[in-house]
Design a binder for this molecule. Sequence first.
Ligand code: MN
Length: 323
Amino acid sequence: MSAAGSESIRYDGTVVAGAQPESVLLPGHDVPLGRYTTVRRLLPQRPRRMVGAWCFVDHFGPDDVAGRPGMQIPPHPHTGLQTVTWLVDGEILHRDSLGSVQPIVPGQLNLMTAGHGIAHSEQSPPAHPPVMHGLQLWVALPEAARHGAPRFDHHAALPQVGADDARITVVVGEYAGVRSPAEMSSPIVGAQVDIGTDAPVALTLRIDFEYALLAMSGTARVDGVELAPGGLLYLGEGRSGTTVTTDGPARLFLLGGEPFDEPLVMWWNFVARSHEELVAARDDWAAGRRFGTVTGCVDAPLPAPEMPITRIKARDRHGRTVG
Ligand code: MN
């Protein structure tokens, strides 16, 4: 009982000993992103701030973008995290300060590792498909990786595994022994679960991971709790598997990982460990230092917002302030 991480805090604030399964539906809320896109933010929430190293989960669409700009996110900086961009409809062109220029279409992964610092833009090309639908996810980098050099990786094909009447695409990390080629820095999984019928689907889980499910389309039930697009179903820890039932075809996304025990500060596009680190990152972006320049994007870089007057405190994964 003395091992770190053996204490668990349930969504209702109850402290329990040992890893516990839960089935808690966390409703998301709408947030504007760029000039033309509204996303449903599913993480962070209070007090569920993380699932494994996943610290930021936005679900956007399906949106009708025919004859419209689509996603238009001008150059902006990141530090201390990886961005995972995953589409089920549409197209986005990624540009970054390393010189990467990479279109992404459904079924492909754009993985940007910020390390100490990088800048990027994400924009629908002028000629794009009529529907935009996908996920924007952040993974917190652990201390050993967060000061490293930035990099960008595009994975055009990802491994799949069958489970009952489902096809599971392993986007990052490992699921049921099948490993994504994406280079991550903590034990983690992100996987799309495509379910074809209303037959129950047994998912293979690890008892040392915590998990959550979101619905991109369709409706699912786990432990009697109903999940539809717009919510995040937190499943807790200590499960070797779970059964998902749906009313018919559904597309879910499984997020999981080893509980992330480093307290974080998150502000704007930065993940760090202290208020002072956030101030330094903000000042570096404002002064044109550290993050480099995104070339080829016609839109002006996003200006750094003013820091809040109060100090931003580090919080652990349960939302408790630290230090
Ligand atoms: Mn970004």
